[in-house]
Design a protein around this ligand. Structure first.
Ligand code: WTA
Length: 648
């Protein structure tokens, strides 16, 4: 069924018909430089760009807005202080319900300036990396913007990752300054961010200063000469700090994300292209209106936090909500209460959160008014059609368009989404490409599938301003990951179907990346975490459909001979703990299956496809099993699966 934009929404929308969209889309594809040149004018440039695009697809080398100079912090902060000093820039919704703090644009500039001066006093210069390991507190926004102000490159690490993951990212980025908090309240828990940081930087001479946000009254040990309370440091400095005018292609930030091979990679985004793409997508995809209060629940450790909680709303002069808590704390009514308290107009969350809330029943939703809402958005994983309908019918009472937007850390901003007001929706489809985006479906042999009704690997045919330019310190890895599978095409790693109307349906990752509750985990990373345990000989990790998380983690493990007598329950517990410790709680396997052998080909390749099918309960259709080196292995796996099913 098609959901047409309601008349009520359409009347004030920026784009009011499919023809409006098609006209602009066509222009963006036929005359990309003209189109993006115009869009770039939404920013304030110290020096306007001389050229719009310089691209070499063979070398995976792209440059947007060459010759242009600008500063992201100036665009997000300074220019709005002149026109709207007293308007809330950020509303901080603290962990405890009903506790809010308003940060106006004037306050924001003052605090960002002070943090920028603190960073400078601790030796941070243009081009240096600063690692940020913080809960969702205002200082997180201040520090990111302060980095942008002085030309430093921030690397935000999700405060749900372990000490080991943090250490790996600090080492890879070469950050010498780290910003953390004494602890981070999150629902009923308190994340021990400082203790985790201490473990992460232990013995690392690279890290010279650790700046500590005083989020709670709890005392934490401070190492003299290395650790500094950020509030004390800020009190030494005034708010005035000159901005560094950056070249458009200068890095704005790096953000680590998991890929199909090896360790997480630092995806690098630029100052000019990223920001132009962020403000343009924000304006059209969320149908920006002057009095919007934008409430995105994403953590800043994800790209959604960077683009649609921080940079795009602030640069567009929109009030943004910084949400420290969880959708289920203290109960399933939390999001709706924040919406009502702050009169939020746009709500942007992830399908996992919606799936959890649906289970709690509609009463929590219906207790609230939600009158202020005019648009509902979802991203990060495929949204099930029934969840889409619940979002639309129950949360939005049929008034608000649901904008299911598809994109990635690497794309900087949304690539496929219904522009509300213009594009009719089908629940479960991200619908049509954004301006300047040309999706291409190719089969495994690299043949382009032109016809509608085709399914294949989703690629993008040309560059767009928000595209990541490189992997930090390893451009070859960038080429190998995104441009080697299909020459001259950006490979997304997602599978996709294009239906008869040309609508795109993302079917999920086709590589070795699992999307667990909207967080990317590489099976290779999970496997190395397991193999690092003394007892483990070999492991293979696959995903399986999970009712809440979208994808669950299933680990098949063989044990070393000396551990084979350990009770399976004890071993499973120990291995779950192991992954939790090495990567972080989010990565904890849902299932650990101890087996005596893994299915392999005679040459030793693990047949993951087979494991994936078994873990998903699709045991009837395992495909060709004749390549198995040891057929008995399969019998054991199937027996185990049947036992698990009968226990359920
Ligand atoms: C998945 C998050 C279906 C997809 C913005 C992608 C989605 C990965 C959607 C990127 C959506 C994101 N529908 N799948 N609307 N949005 N994905 O880098 O598999 O954390 O490749 O960026 O999430 O995750 P990332």
């Amino acid at each position: 069924m098609m959901y047409q934009p309601t008349d009520g929404f359409r009347w004030t929308a920026r784009l009011q018909s499919l023809e409006d969209y098609q006209l602009l889309y066509r222009r963006s594809i036929e005359k990309p430089e003209e189109f993006w040149g115009e869009m770039a004018q939404a920013l304030t440039w110290f020096h306007p760009p001389d050229t719009i695009l310089d691209a070499d697809l063979d070398l995976a080398d792209f440059s947007w807005f060459g010759g242009g100079r600008l500063n992201a912090c100036y665009n997000a902060v300074d220019r709005h202080v002149k026109t709207r000093p007293g308007k809330p820039a950020i509303i901080w919704a603290k962990n405890e319900p009903g506790e809010y703090e308003i940060i106006t644009w004037r306050d924001l500039k003052h605090n960002v300036g002070r943090v920028a001066n603190v960073l400078k006093a601790h030796g941070v210069r243009k081009g240096d990396r600063v690692c940020i390991y913080l809960p969702m507190v205002p200082e997180l926004a201040y520090t990111m913007l302060a980095c942008a102000r002085i030309g430093a490159v921030h690397s935000v690490v999700f405060a749900g990752f372990s000490a080991g993951s943090l250490r790996e990212r600090i080492l890879d980025s070469g950050a010498r300054v780290l910003v953390t908090a004494n602890e981070g309240p999150r629902g009923a828990k308190r994340v021990q961010t400082k203790a985790i940081t201490d473990e992460a930087v232990e013995g690392l001479s690279q890290v010279q200063s650790v700046l500590v946000v005083r989020r709670t009254e709890t005392h934490v040990p401070m190492q003299a000469g290395r650790d500094w309370w950020l509030d004390q440091e800020m009190s030494k400095h005034r708010g005035t700090c000159p901005v560094e005018w950056m070249a458009a292609e200068d890095p704005l930030f790096i953000l680590y994300t998991s890929g199909s091979t090896g360790k997480p990679k630092g995806v690098m985004h630029t100052t000019g292209g990223y920001l132009v793409y962020a403000v343009t997508t924000h304006r059209y995809v969320f149908d920006l209106q002057p009095d919007d209060v934008h409430f995105g629940t994403a953590d800043m450790g994800c790209i959604t936090g960077h683009t649609y909680v921080l940079y795009a709303p602030l640069t567009n002069g929109t009030t943004t909500v910084l949400f420290e808590s969880l959708p289920t704390y203290p109960d399933a009514g939390r999001l709706w209460q924040v919406v009502d308290d702050l009169k939020a107009t746009v709500l942007f969350t992830v399908p996992t959160a919606l799936r959890v809330l649906i289970r709690e029943g509609d009463a929590y939703v219906k207790k609230s008014s939600r009158k202020s809402l005019r648009l509902l958005a979802s991203a990060g994983e495929p949204i099930n059609p029934e969840v889409w309908r619940w979002y639309h019918d129950v949360v939005g009472e049929g008034r608000c368009p649901v904008v299911d937007n598809w994109w990635q850390t690497e794309t900087g901003g949304v690539l496929i989404a219904p522009l509300p007001g213009a594009i009719p929706c089908k629940p479960g489809s991200a619908t049509l490409p954004f301006f300047g985006i040309e999706p291409v479906l190719v089969d495994d042999e690299g043949r382009v599938l032109e016809a509608n009704g085709a399914s294949g690997n989703l690629c993008i045919a040309r560059t767009w301003p928000g595209q990541a330019r490189t992997v930090w310190g390893n451009h070859q890895h960038f080429i190998d990951t995104y441009y080697s599978r299909f020459p001259r095409l950006y490979f997304t790693g997602d599978g996709c179907r294009r239906d008869e109307d040309g609508y795109y349906w993302i079917t999920g990752r086709v590589d070795d990346v699992l999307n667990v509750s909207g967080i990317r985990l590489g099976t290779a990373e999970l496997e190395s975490a397991l193999v690092a345990h003394d007892a483990v000989a070999e492991s293979a990790v696959v995903g399986f459909p999970h009712e809440i998380k979208g994808t669950g983690v299933c680990a098949f493990v063989t044990l070393k001979p000396e551990y084979q007598d350990t009770s399976p329950e004890q071993m499973e517990g120990a291995l779950k703990k192991q992954v939790r410790h090495v990567i972080g709680p989010i990565a904890t396997p849902d299932q650990v299956r101890i087996v005596s052998g893994l299915p392999k080909t005679p040459s030793g390749t693990i047949l993951r496809r087979m494991l994936r099918k078994i873990a998903s309960g699709e045991t009837q259709d395992l495909g060709d099993t004749s390549t198995l080196a040891e057929p008995t292995v399969l019998d054991e796996l199937l027996k185990q699966q049947l036992q698990m099913e009968s226990r359920r």
